[in-house]
Design a protein around this ligand. Structure first.
Ligand SMILES: Cc1cc2nc3c(=O)[nH]c(=O)nc-3n(C[C@H](O)[C@H](O)[C@H](O)COP(=O)(O)O)c2cc1C
Length: 329
């Protein structure tokens, strides 16, 4: 019997460093409540110093902690390494009564891998399994993992999944690429479909879901339990709403409609985000920096996407950024 905090067929907003902190998640949750579940960006397990629950609470956010509905829709992700204090963090999560820990085994960053963390653990399955067991034995909430297909290649993929299940994870999100592939090529959905066949725990499909049609295609192609969207969610933060409202007539959604939907939603998105970031004490230049990085995927479908995007990326201040938004209409 699955204890997962999201049902079969759910749409999950992926953990994304530099994006899915509380001020951002709060707005997504507020204006697009159709997302079934969201994740914190990864909390890096420290290697030195005494572990207390305070930094975990800061990472999750006070609003999330205090609001039962929001908390129950938010997974807490950790990224750990061979020398890091995994056990202490699992115990701190337990004392905070967090309901869900997700272990990041997919991060491809060189710095993280150099400390034997993130996707590096996919090269040392003994270390990976021991780490997962350490969390499982010290944390009674839901425990899941997020992986890539392997580090250099996919040869250990099946063993990775089976060893994680053996260590007690309750679901596995699979980004269908190896670490060496970073974001190149296409995510391998066949590998995800294969895991759905042999896995005894739910598999969450992830990688290259860019449209509502892709959401449907990932479910149909792989038979996965739920889907997770990263860059596609940044491109279309209202994707879950669009999908759920049109699930039975996806073939009727044409480009012009989607474009007008986009224009409709963009103003609200940035308006709400600005208010949220300000309320968390972000400076104007910080907000502008965030807005510019969020602009990366939002305009991909525009005619002359490059020049539209660059008008946002060049904005010297927030009011010029807002001005560029108005110019889209
Ligand atoms: C800006 C950014 C930050 C990310 N940070 C994290 C993270 O903190 N934890 C994690 O597990 N994956 C992280 N990822 C990976 C995504 O969660 C996701 O697995 C990956 O982008 C593939 O899915 P997609 O094709 O839907 O983007 C990040 C991806 C992006 C683009």
């Amino acid at each position: 019997m699955s204890r997962l905090p999201y049902a079969k067929g759910s749409l999950l907003f992926a953990p994304m460093e530099g994006v899915t902190d509380e001020p951002y998640r709060k707005i997504i949750e507020k204006i697009y409540p159709q997302w079934d579940y969201l994740f914190t960006d990864f909390y890096r397990v420290p290697t030195v110093g005494k572990i207390t629950s305070a930094p975990l609470l800061r990472h999750l956010g006070r609003h999330t902690m205090d609001n039962e509905r929001v908390r129950s829709k938010t997974g807490f992700q950790i990224l750990t390494a061979a020398q890091a204090q995994t056990l202490d963090v699992a115990q701190a999560a337990q004392s905070l009564k967090l309901h869900h820990l997700d272990l990041n085994l997919g991060c491809p960053a060189k710095k993280v891998n150099a400390h034997c963390g993130g996707s590096f653990m996919l090269t040392d399955l003994k270390l990976m399994e021991e780490t997962a067991r350490k969390i499982r034995d010290n944390f009674s909430g839901v425990f899941t993992a997020k992986i890539r297909l392997g580090y250099h290649d996919k040869s250990s993929f099946k063993e990775i999944v089976l060893r994680l299940i053996d260590a007690g994870v309750e679901a596995i999100t699979i980004h269908g690429r190896t670490r060496d592939e970073m974001y190149k090529g296409h995510a391998d959905w066949d590998a995800i479909a294969m895991a759905v066949e042999f896995s005894s725990v739910p598999i969450i499909g992830n990688g290259d879901i860019w449209s509502v049609h892709d959401v449907d295609a990932m479910f149909k192609h792989t038979g996965c339990y739920a889907v997770m969207l990263g860059r596609g969610a940044l491109k279309t933060p209202w994707m879950a709403k669009l999908y759920k409202e049109n699930r039975n007539k996806l073939s009727e959604l044409h480009e012009t409609f989607l474009h007008y939907e986009r224009l409709k939603y963009l103003d609200e998105y940035f308006f709400e985000l600005e208010k949220s970031y300000l309320s968390y004490g972000f400076s104007e230049s910080n907000i502008l920096g965030r807005f510019k990085s969020l602009s990366r995927y939002l305009f991909d479908d525009f005619d002359q996407a490059d020049s539209v995007r660059s008008s946002f990326l060049r904005a010297p201040n927030l009011s010029d950024f807002q001005h560029s938004l108005q110019n889209l209409h």
